[in-house]
Design a protein around this ligand. Structure first.
Ligand SMILES: Cc1cc2nc3c(=O)[nH]c(=O)nc-3n(C[C@H](O)[C@H](O)[C@H](O)COP(=O)(O)OP(=O)(O)OC[C@H]3O[C@@H](n4cnc5c(N)ncnc54)[C@H](O)[C@@H]3O)c2cc1C
Ligand SMILES: NC(=O)c1ccc[n+]([C@@H]2O[C@H](COP(=O)([O-])OP(=O)(O)OC[C@H]3O[C@@H](n4cnc5c(N)ncnc54)[C@H](OP(=O)(O)O)[C@@H]3O)[C@@H](O)[C@H]2O)c1
Ligand SMILES: Cc1cc2nc3c(=O)[nH]c(=O)nc-3n(C[C@H](O)[C@H](O)[C@H](O)COP(=O)(O)O)c2cc1C
Length: 1120
């Protein structure tokens, strides 16, 4: 295929996949035939054979799975088998929703006559295959038109009505386009209106429609459902956007009172998707100006060319004055001007054809060709001035395909032969109703159709709770479901309409536990198109880098909800998510340098994949106003989504926003009953199910306090024995997750405050009341709640529920409702608003549940309320402190026992749940454990790479596993492993002093440095001071000259300060500029040489939190 303008050529290889029926033959070319047989599907023709349907189906299913890079997968073969079996038994098969969307887009992509195909991936699909009546068809069409029109910012969409079974049960839209102007034959034989629609107009009038006799009267819709006689529906005028035509400089056109509609929605084309035929599939793109121009000037249409030329004062006597050309040109100019002035999407034929050429080139690259009908693609004016004119193009038909079908009145056999009279009466009642109910129906219809997926990734459960709140508000207008990121099949992503992501960030800018691997890796795989992205280590770093827009690639942050009529007609690379609207909310804490980094990574990535961001990313800082920020964002994103889907009029925003504040707990629907079976469940198995994690029990072998007796604090070495040696496999650097048990004294105190508490040994269960609808009426019944098992209250509050984290505002609001003292109830209600009063109270007191009930003693709390509302007790992580090679069958942890007084030291004494539990367990108790891989914190794969390990206090924990590992490997050679430890005082808390000395003697540790912060008579020294003042050159040499690895573990502030110090070391010793150092560290991260293991805010928790809160409050004030 040669391009005669550029002299470039290529060989089309795609046509070998074309359907065998050819429009031309060796004797003649049928290139200009309007409806050639190969593009025609007539229901009167014999049905395609089963074998040919199977062939088409097979090919389509293969295309679909290939598009997802899942061809030859198990899912592929089982779907294929299912489809073929269905065709064998029923003659057809049902497309899944995703197949339908893929098929619709591909049919557009394959349509040889369409010049606007660059947009093929950006088609919104309304799946209305379940409609049964014309009434439902009409509602669906109203939704379609409203969505497509979008106040002038036209969007491509398609509505699928049921596929063809046989002609007797057919669904069809009899109009050729959803919006068409009527045509009336006058007594003198002349025509008023659009002659293209004469036949349909006369048919509508025979059925009782009375047109007004004007030139631009909207025709009613004539809809046919299930093979029944078609019925008329007047189009509600408010759904039809029209543009009055005027010329930018001359006034003759305005006086002619011409107008045209904005949305070209073709409704008589049939779609064949893999052998399934859809005869009723209205779809629309937007106009190219010359199409309207032809509608107005063609002699078989409005035939306006002469009156226009006369109005323009042109010499119409001789053709060589080119009066026709001049009139057409001015009209086309006027059409573009009028649409653009009214902010209604339109393309001129130059932009359209240029964009087509880009699409063409892209398709040749991607598919080896692009079918095209030259006769149709070259615009009706200025053909040779457009690039398509010069391009040789092959024309062929690919499946899925868009096909012509005969007008239904040519073959339809009326059932009601006296319909004209009868319909007259029926018809007007029907019309009136349809206009009246449109708005009410619209909301229902939209809500049924626009699915919203809320993906969450969480570590401690907040993102999940927020997702449920978001679902609540979205269900006012959408059909929203909540899915955990690691449970989500990423293949669905490109088929989403509205995607909301709520995620926290963990580690140091990493995804939370259930946000990682699966989903993100698949996404990165798709974006970078690299086959083996399974090594998650690299990807975390990539994710961080995603926070910055990348130079390469197609980062295009488009805000398409803003009106832009000259928008992306020429965007070649339609991204994977071109049709997905999305918004992201991040939960995080400004205590961490990478605030909400994972949420930003997801947001950037979805944008890069060309998703349409309906709202800017929201951020909630745990330290200040997280919940408030979320609620504000939720309101805004809901409104933005309603605007995007044109639901503004149908939704009561106030009602929806109010749902954000409601507590949604109806006490009468919950009760606690004594269980039939009085046996407690195994808590390890129950926790496994509850958290969807494989847990294994361990037992304590030994516990040792690593601090001296002189120290008032405890850091303990816990040696656990695996119950089964095959499980809990790990590498040095990985974490052990432990599900703790709450303090028995606290549990007892809590149970004593519950009004209807059962005794210690009674197994109870929480029940929920539900309602069942049956044909003899509705009845209510009680069913077991699925979250908790039947167990004693003691077990529920000890093992399963979190009773120490300060209660959420929602729970406080519920407490206020069951508090019998007015003053306390008011105070609880104020706290329950979750605003600054709540946050100040929470940060200062950090109250556990018992303390809250003590502070508000008139709260009459029932067991059911707590069992239903309390969050689940979460696991704690510990960096594993042993090597499996040295201690097979065992796992060791170094645990700092957390104790502190609230209110900066003035409040009551609190004990950390898990560290205190580990400090108290006996060797009889089963400890529920799992291993969390930390691939970014493993020892270098190149075993002789030098390492420097920085770990003050408990931060030394993982390094013990490192030196043990090196001990087991020692005979393999001499290596540099430098340890830098910090503590208060060599006499009190020099953890593992003896072990380190032994490891040095054995050659596992080459250098050991210490920083003492509270040594009598000596200045305070932190690990970063030692790096800067004592070992700066050594660190530089090890990192830079010897390509070494840098590890830091422990508190987040310490890690940030150490990070800064390393940069200074590189600046000073390497003569690098700050920018070069930034790049250097980024490179170290992507080369996997900079490793962080962050415990959170552990050092000076109260002070750090207080100062961050003050900063957050100031920021909030300054923003107000
Ligand atoms: C990846 C990772 C690895 C870890 N490795 C280790 C390890 O090897 N060793 C280790 O000891 N820990 C480690 N931790 C920390 C550990 O997971 C727990 O957070 C820690 O043991 C405390 O848990 P807890 O249940 O005892 O305390 P919790 O009951 O969870 O109480 C801790 C909470 O109490 C509050 N608090 C604490 N101190 C104060 C204070 N002074 N003032 C006010 N409020 C305060 C804070 O809200 C804090 O979040 C690690 C954490 C992570 C994320
Ligand atoms: N989730 C949690 O809340 C949690 C988890 C684990 C541990 N903790 C708490 O952490 C404390 C024990 O921790 P630990 O034994 O690991 O450490 P630690 O003994 O408190 O501190 C270790 C050393 O680090 C120093 N240090 C303090 N701030 C530093 C900074 N910004 N940069 C570098 N060094 C710094 C300390 O100095 P100075 O103190 O002398 O300034 C000390 O010398 C306990 O109080 C425990 O309760 C809390
Ligand atoms: C160990 C740890 C590491 C964290 N790392 C980050 C971080 O790098 N960036 C951030 O913004 N927030 C960080 N956070 C804060 C959490 O994102 C925040 O607590 C969030 O509200 C948790 O929400 P979730 O319950 O949905 O997981 C961290 C919290 C912990 C405990």
């Amino acid at each position: 295929m040669k391009n005669w303008e550029t002299n470039q050529d290529f060989r089309d290889t795609l046509h070998v996949k074309a359907c065998p029926i050819n429009r031309c033959n060796p004797e003649k070319c049928n290139g200009s035939i309007m409806q050639p047989p190969n593009m025609m599907r007539d229901p009167r023709d014999p049905k395609p054979s089963m074998d040919s349907i199977k062939e088409l189906a097979k090919d389509f299913i293969n295309q679909y799975f290939t598009s997802m890079k899942r061809n030859d997968s198990e899912a592929h073969s089982s779907r294929l088998a299912e489809v073929l079996a269905s065709i064998s038994s029923t003659g057809t098969y049902e497309l899944t929703k995703n197949e339908l969307i893929f098929g619709a887009k591909t049919a557009w992509r394959n349509a040889p006559r369409c010049v606007g195909r660059i947009q093929w991936n950006k088609l919104h699909v309304f799946d209305c295959r379940k409609v049964t009546s014309t009434r439902e068809m009409f509602d669906a069409i109203c939704v379609h038109l409203k969505y497509a029109t979008n106040k002038g910012n036209i969007r491509s969409c398609i509505t699928f009505f049921p596929p063809r079974n046989d002609v007797k049960t057919e669904f069809r839209v009899w109009n050729s386009q959803l919006i068409r102007y009527a045509c009336y034959r006058q007594e003198d034989g002349s025509l008023v209106g659009d002659p293209a629609n004469l036949e349909l107009t006369e048919l509508c009038m025979r059925l009782g429609w009375k047109g007004k006799g004007g030139r631009f009267d909207l025709l009613p819709l004539l809809l046919q459902a299930n093979g029944e006689d078609p019925e008329l529906y007047e189009l509600p005028a408010n759904l039809v956007l029209e543009v009055k035509l005027r010329h930018p400089e001359q006034d003759w056109l305005e006086q002619m009172n011409l107008k045209w509609y904005a949305v070209p929605a073709v409704s008589n084309i049939l779609l064949d998707i893999g052998g399934v035929e859809f005869p009723a599939v209205p779809f629309n793109g937007w106009f190219m100006g010359t199409e309207i121009g032809r509608d107005l000037v063609d002699t078989s249409r409005y035939n306006m060319i002469l009156p226009m030329a006369e109005a323009m004062g042109l010499n119409t006597k001789k053709t060589s004055s080119l009066w026709k050309d001049k009139a057409i040109l001015e009209l086309n100019l006027a059409i573009l001007h009028s649409f653009q002035s009214d902010n209604v999407t339109i393309m001129d034929h130059h932009v359209a054809t240029e964009s087509f050429m880009k699409h063409f080139a892209n398709e040749v690259k991607l598919r080896g060709g692009c079918p095209g009908d030259w006769v149709w693609l070259v615009p009706p004016v200025s053909g040779s001035a457009t690039p398509v004119f010069h391009q040789e193009i092959l024309n062929y038909t690919l499946n899925p395909s868009c096909l012509y079908q005969p007008d239904p009145w040519q073959y339809y056999k009326w059932k009601d032969t006296v319909m004209v009279k009868r319909k007259n009466k029926l018809h007007f009642k029907e019309l009136a109703k349809s206009v009246m109910v449109t708005s009410r129906m619209m909301k229902k219809a939209m809500a049924n159709r626009i699915k919203t997926t809320i993906l969450y990734a969480t570590e401690t459960g907040k993102s999940y709770a927020y997702s449920l709140i978001l679902q609540e508000i979205f269900n006012h207008a959408f059909d929203a479901k909540v899915v955990a990121m690691d449970q989500y099949d990423i293949c669905n992503l490109e088929y989403e309409s509205m995607l909301l992501v709520v995620t926290s960030t963990f580690g140091n800018g990493d995804p939370p536990e259930n946000g990682e691997v699966q989903t993100m890796l698949r996404l990165f795989y798709d974006v970078n198109n690299q086959p083996n992205m399974a090594a998650s280590a690299k990807n975390y770093i990539n994710i961080l880098n995603y926070r910055k827009p990348r130079k390469r690639g197609v980062l295009r942050r488009r805000f398409q909800s803003q009106l832009d009529v000259s928008r992306d007609f020429d965007s070649v690379s339609q991204g994977l998510l071109a049709n997905v609207k999305f918004a992201v909310f991040g939960l995080g804490s400004r205590a961490y340098p990478h605030f909400c980094a994972f949420a930003h990574a997801v947001d950037t990535l979805l944008g890069e994949l060309e998703g349409e961001r309906v709202k800017e990313i929201g951020e909630g800082d745990e330290m200040c106003g997280q919940e408030e920020c979320f609620r504000n964002w939720a309101q805004q994103v809901f409104k933005a989504a309603c605007d995007t889907f044109c639901l503004q009029e149908e939704v009561n925003l106030e009602d929806a926003n109010a749902s954000l504040k409601s507590t949604k707990f109806d006490k009468s629907n919950f009760r606690v009953t004594v269980s039939d079976v009085q046996v407690e469940p195994n808590y390890v198995e129950t926790l496994s199910k509850m958290h969807r994690k494989k847990l294994s029990p361990c037992r304590l072998i030994r516990r040792k306090n690593l601090q001296s007796e002189k120290s008032g604090r405890s850091t303990i070495l816990i040696q656990l024995e695996k119950k089964n040696s095959d499980v809990l496999n790990f590498q040095p650097g990985d974490h052990l997750g432990i599900y703790p048990r709450n303090d028995p004294a606290l549990v007892k105190a809590l149970i004593s405050k519950i009004r209807d508490a059962t005794d210690d040994s009674t197994v109870v269960r929480l029940e929920v009341q539900d309602e069942k609808k049956t044909f003899i009426g509705n009845f209510k019944y009680w069913d077991a709640d699925t979250r908790l098992p039947s167990c004693t209250l003691t077990m529920a509050f000890s093992r399963f529920l979190d009773i120490t984290t300060p209660p959420t505002p929602q729970l406080l609001k519920l407490f206020s409702e069951c508090n019998v003292n007015e003053e306390q109830s008011t105070a609880l209600r104020i706290l329950g608003q979750g605003e600054s009063e709540y946050e100040d109270w929470k940060f200062s007191n950090n109250p556990n549940l018992v303390e809250v009930l003590n502070e508000f003693p008139s709260t009459q709390v029932d067991a059911s309320l707590l069992l239903k509302q309390l969050p689940l007790l979460q696991a704690r992580y510990y960096s594993i402190s042993s090597s499996p090679d040295v201690y097979p069958g065992e796992i060791h942890c170094t645990v700092s026992v957390v104790t502190y007084h609230t209110r900066g030291g003035d409040g009551p004494l609190h004990h950390g749940v898990c560290s205190s539990y580990l400090n108290s367990i006996t060797d009889e108790e089963e400890v529920p454990c799992f291993v969390r891989m930390a691939p970014t914190f493993h020892l270098p794969t190149k075993e002789d790479a030098p390492c420097i390990l920085v770990g003050p206090g408990t931060g030394i924990a993982p390094f013990r596993s490192f030196w043990q590992h090196r001990i087991s490997q020692i005979q393999k050679g001499d290596r540099t492993m430098a340890l830098l430890f910090g503590c208060r005082n060599p006499q009190q808390d020099h953890l593992y002093k003896d072990e380190v000395e032994t490891a040095m003697k054995q050659g596992a540790i080459s250098h050991a440095y210490t920083a003492f912060s509270r040594e009598e008579g000596k200045p305070k020294q932190y690990v970063q001071d030692v790096i800067m003042n004592d070992i700066s050159e050594f660190v530089f040499d090890l990192i830079h000259t010897r390509n070494g690895h840098f590890y830091v573990c422990g508190d987040v502030t310490m890690a940030a300060e150490v990070h800064r110090t390393l940069k200074d070391v590189l600046c000073i010793n390497g003569g690098m500029t700050p920018e070069q150092v930034e790049e250097y560290i980024t490179a170290m991260k992507s080369e996997d040489r900079y490793h962080e293991d962050i415990f959170g805010v552990t050092l000076r928790t109260y002070e750090v939190n207080r100062s961050l809160r003050l900063k957050g409050k100031e920021k909030k004030l300054s923003m107000k």
